[in-house]
Design a protein around this ligand. Structure first.
Ligand SMILES: [Zn+2]
Length: 419
């Protein structure tokens, strides 16, 4: 068997395994949630109404079914672009256009990215205007949806095309260690985006206003002082412009760091509960989860780029994923690699999920030490109810994907913690 055939065979086997596994997990999730649709789990019976529980079940089932369609569309698109010869076809067509090699490379990557993004639009529309709408979560108009897509594409182009051009130039000109220089550029780019995000990018999509509620503000400032965290600002974001889902996050770093609360969260939680939610988020910072995650991502991208550095020189890599002419070689390598990568990393999903759930438990424990555990439980119950998150996920589905522990496990630990 040639190296090309062997590589194609490995790719196809992993591709089938990942699609089959995604479908099987979704099937399990739908079946488990439906089986537990009628009865609120005993532990929550006093806090969640049967109606809210059924709504969460129906919402979870609708979203999981939609994710199945997403899986199948993604799989079809991946197949068409790789083994189906889609990338090779676009590359061959670009070969006939008179452009400098670097710009031909850039055009290929941008072209494939546009095709992939366009393919997700119908489902994104359906998710927002049919599923979210039916469950009363959607607040977006069609005009806002279109404006978001246009702005997102513009920000992506302004930030992404210079980086892409640099990486393709390095691939062609920087010798065998190009991947190391590309990695340095990538890390610098991440830092730049993080620095620009709170003050330049996020305001393109939402309005941010200083937190006006004096009682909440005073509580949060006391919490921050207690935990030794200096934030440069407390802001309220008009999340209600798009969705009824509530959230809070910490963003930026250094002088640009700020705390953002969704207006939907302020409207729903008592001051003590907001404090507990923020204490949890603060725990992620103080326990160095954020920096650990950033280091893992940086190391992961270094490993990924080193592998690409090796594959660029291997003819079986191109031929094994649908083949393509020698021009534009670097862009073809980059595109085929980015398309195929998830197939090779999918089976590692649970490792990242376990790591993330461990951090969630640690942040909860931190919140109990610096704020009220009872208030955090009350806030979580409200958030589960408002977001129609299921309290009864399939154990295997949840263990495989979920970044947060199941509601019952989280609340049981919070309640067992010494007050
Ligand atoms: Zn968390």
């Amino acid at each position: 068997m040639s190296a090309t055939t062997l590589f194609t065979a490995i790719f196809v086997v992993l591709f089938i395994i990942s699609v089959a596994l995604q479908l099987w997990l979704a099937y399990r999730q739908v079946r488990f949630v439906r089986t537990h649709r009628q009865a609120v789990p005993a532990h929550f019976a006093a806090r969640i109404t049967p109606d809210a529980h059924r709504k969460a079940a129906d919402y979870t089932i609708a979203r999981t079914r939609l994710s199945t369609v997403d899986t199948l569309l993604d799989a079809a698109l991946l197949f068409v672009l790789t083994l189906g010869g889609g990338v090779a076809w676009i590359a061959a067509w670009l070969g006939t256009v008179s452009l400098a090699p670097l710009w031909r490379d850039v055009a290929l990557v941008v072209g494939v990215a546009v095709v992939c993004a366009a393919a997700t639009l119908p489902l994104s529309w359906y998710r927002t205007f049919v599923v979210e709408q039916r469950f009363g979560f959607n607040r977006m108009t069609f005009g806002l949806w279109l404006a978001d897509i246009a702005k997102g594409a513009l920000v992506g182009a302004v930030l992404g095309i210079p980086l892409l051009t640099l990486v393709l130039w390095l691939m062609a000109r920087a010798g065998t260690l190009w991947w190391l220089y590309a990695w340095i550029a990538w890390v610098a780019f991440q830092v730049l985006v993080l620095a620009l995000y709170p003050t330049l990018i996020a305001p393109l999509f939402n309005k941010f206003e200083p937190l006006a509620d004096a009682a909440v503000k005073e509580r949060i400032e006391r919490l921050l002082a207690r935990c030794g965290y200096a934030a440069k600002g407390l802001f309220v974001m008009d999340g209600s412009k798009r969705s009824a889902h509530g959230n809070a996050y910490f963003t930026g770093f250094g002088a640009a760091r700020r705390i953002v609360l969704f207006d939907t969260l302020i409207g729903r939680l008592a001051p003590e509960e907001i404090e507990a939610v923020l204490a949890h988020e603060l725990g992620h910072f103080k326990l160095r989860h954020v920096i650990k995650r950033a280091i893992w991502l940086a190391l992961g991208s270094l490993a990924v780029l080193a592998v690409l550095g090796w594959l660029v020189g291997e003819p079986w890599f191109y031929a094994g994923l649908g083949g393509a002419g020698p021009v534009p070689r670097y862009a073809v390598a980059l595109v085929l690699f980015m398309l195929a990568l998830p197939v090779f990393t999918f089976l590692a999903t649970p490792i990242a999920a376990i790591y993330s759930r461990q951090h969630e438990f640690e942040a909860d424990a931190y919140a109990v030490r610096h704020a009220s555990g009872q208030a955090l439980v009350a806030a979580l119950v409200k958030l589960y109810e408002d977001n129609a998150s299921t309290l009864t996920p399939d154990p295997i589905y949840s263990a495989f994907y979920d970044s947060h522990p199941p509601a019952a496990a989280r609340i049981a630990r919070l309640e067992a913690a010494p007050a």
